[in-house]
Each structure stands twice: as C-alpha cells, then as structure tokens.
Unconditional design. Structure first.
Length: 396
C-alpha cells in the first residue's frame, strides 16, 4: 500500500529534537529521509539520557525510518554533496542557528536556485527575521517567551518545566503542517517550493488560547494556577483516600449536574447560582471543597468506577509504567515491540495520527552512524576511491 508521502524525499540537516522530530513524522508516513550527521559522533541525541551500549534508546524513536549519512558540512566537498542531493529531494529540514547555512552557501536562496521546487523547513528559536534572530534558542527559552512557563506551576512559586521538550515538539508539529501545506501548494498550484519559517516561541505562543485577547480587552494577565483550570469549574486534581489523585472535568453544565448527584451534593447541583460556568467559576473553591470531601472518602479505583458509570470525564495520573500496561494503549497499537541493534527488546511509542487507509509504519530501525553514507553518496556520483579519500580527511 502506498503511503501518503511515498515518493517524497527529505534531506534532514539538523540535530537533537525540533527538526529531527518533524522529519521523523514525515518518514513514518512514507517519505525517504536522508539524515546528515557529523562524522565520528553524529547527532548529540545519540548520547542523550539513558544509553544502551553507548547509544541512547531515545535514538530508536527519533530516528526510525531514516538513513544516516556522515558529512562535515564545514568542508567544501561536503557542501557540494548537499547541493547535488538538493537537486533530487523535495524537502530540506534544518534547525541550525539562523545564518549558519548561509555561511556555508547552503541558505534558502542558494538551495532554491538549485531546485525551484524545493520546500525548506527552517526551525529556530526566534525565526529567520526580527531583532532576536541571531540569539541561540532552545525549547526551554521558547516555552518561556511563548508564555507557557509563566503559567506552569503553583502560584507564588518558581515556574516549572512541563517535563518534556514540548517547545521543540510543538515546533516540529507546526513544521510538519507547513511542509504538507507547501507540498500541496507546489503540486496543485504554483509548481514552486517555498520556505517555512518556524520559531520555537511562536509555536508555543500559538497554543496560548485566550491569553492575549484577555489581556487586550480586560488588562488581565493570567497567572499560574497549579492543577486548576482557571475560569472553568469544576476541573481539577482531587486527592483520594489512598493518597492517589484523580482528575475530574465536570465543567459542562449537564456533566456538572451528574457529578453533583454522584457525590451526593444535589444541593450544589440545584443551586441557581451554579447552573452555568460563569457562576461556578466565581465559587470554584466551594465546589472543589465539596468534591475533595467526597474523593477523600473513597479510593482512587472507587472514584474512577463511580464517576465513569455516571459518565463524568475522570482519569488518573499515568506514569510510564501505567502507560506501558494500559489495555487501551495496547489495543490502539501505541506500545510497539522492537529491538535494539544487539537484539535487546525495547518498547517504542506507536504512530499518530492514525489514518484509516494509509497508516504510518516503522519500516526500519534507527540507523547506525553513517550506515547509508556509501549508498547515498554513490547515488550522486561519489565513487568508492573518492569516499575512501574523504574518510581519511574526516569529511565523511
């Protein structure tokens, strides 16, 4: 079965998270992704977090379905290889600091002149323009500038990290959307490629819901609220008798009525002041206290069973052990079995989104460093004797 991106060739010149995450998604849906890595050590992600025989197990997720080619992009010979590859690919993905590729003669204008149909995704901290463009920017900085860090954590305490590199991943997702839009425009309309400029802080800011209009109209600066959902009630984390938490979202009007009935507080359910969200938001502490009093008398399992039966959105806080054992995750192929290069079993996340007719798939495991260098360089006319000479000079 043909995948949605079968026949699309992608050249990935980036490292760590944002650019490679975008290329990973393209690869999962059929694109051929050629990943350029520095000789000797390759992408630093290979050595991030927990290692197995010297390589991160994270690598097995981030780089599955890709081909690895080693090139020292600082060298003129390597730059010429990139120019040759650009003639044959549809998409270039890069997340260097703005100006880096231009310094090597591989910027957008250079590559677009070689291949006018080229689509180029550029992910950076602050974007390719503006007064901050030359500043180094990682996901954590984008999260802070985009407004997310200010809202994370408890009121009056230091802002907290979400727990994963969410700024990078959000930027990658925006980048994938941009690539698909640009390919659609090229193939259906103009015939020309275009450059997609994704900034980490803008990708985070795009998720900030009503933050800006509330400030603009009401001079309201939203503050961190811990586990509560400000202005929406009831929606919070509640402590159970056994010391475990449940999340309850009873903020729809009819859902709220059922919730109050389930916890034996029909007086609150029938209170005219609480029939709409505006009234409940004004008395959220009162409502939360009633819910907490009820959950404190029951175990987490009892709360989940009773509220699920009452058709109340409720859930527990999953850690990764919960995820790995959960029957719903398993039924939807979100926990897949794979192996590391030495045969060690490893579980990896499944693929999203799920397409009914042309779903994504893992076609091959993450590559060894430089595993496809000879194959790819041979395809652009770099013969074996030339490759041997380049290896001696550290170009590949």
């Amino acid at each position: 079965m043909q995948k949605p991106l079968s026949g699309i060739r992608v050249l990935e010149m980036g490292q760590l998270i944002a650019g490679p995450f975008a290329a990973k998604m393209l690869a999962e849906f059929g694109a051929e992704v050629i990943k350029i890595e520095a000789p000797e050590k390759g992408d630093p992600l290979r050595e991030w977090r927990l290692l197995h025989q010297g390589t991160s197990v994270w690598w097995q997720v981030q780089s599955r379905n890709k081909k690895s080619v080693t090139l020292d992009l600082r060298q003129p010979e390597a730059q010429e290889v990139i120019r040759a590859l650009v003639q044959e690919v549809d998409v270039v993905v890069e997340n260097f600091k703005p100006g880096t590729l231009e310094g090597w003669g591989l910027g957008w204008e250079d590559l677009h002149a070689i291949n006018p149909r080229l689509v180029m995704l550029r992910v950076s901290g602050y974007g390719q323009t503006g007064p901050y463009r030359d500043r180094p920017g990682f996901g954590v900085i984008g999260e802070a500038m985009g407004g997310l860090r200010h809202l994370s954590g408890e009121k009056g305490r230091a802002p907290v990290r979400v727990g994963v590199s969410i700024g990078d991943s959000l930027s990658a997702l925006h980048g994938v959307i941009g690539v698909l839009l640009a390919l659609r425009s090229r193939d259906q309309h103009s015939g020309k490629g275009q450059m997609i400029d994704v900034a980490l802080y803008e990708s985070v800011f795009n998720m900030m819901e009503s933050l800006l209009p509330e400030y603009s109209v009401f001079d309201e600066i939203r503050q961190p609220a811990g586990s509560e959902l400000p202005g929406i009630s009831p929606s919070n984390a509640y402590l159970c008798q056994d010391g475990k938490y449940v999340l309850i979202a009873g903020n729809g009007d009819s859902i709220y009525q059922r919730l109050m009935q389930a916890i034996g507080r029909t007086d609150l359910g029938e209170d005219p002041a609480l029939v709409s969200n505006a009234g409940r938001a004004a008395q959220s502490e009162r409502i939360d206290a009633a819910i907490n009093a009820w959950t404190g008398q029951h175990s987490q399992a009892e709360v989940l069973e009773q509220l699920t039966a009452a058709r109340i959105p409720v859930g527990r806080v999953y850690d990764v052990a919960d995820i790995a054992a959960d029957p719903h995750y398993l039924a939807r192929d979100m926990i897949l079995d794979s192996t590391l290069p030495d045969g060690t079993p490893v579980k990896v996340p499944g693929i999203v989104p799920k397409l009914s007719e042309t779903p994504g798939e893992i076609r091959h495991k993450a590559p060894l460093l430089g595993e496809h260098t000879d194959e790819v360089l041979e395809s652009v006319g770099i013969r074996a004797e030339q490759r041997d000479a380049w290896r001696k000079r550290g170009i590949i």
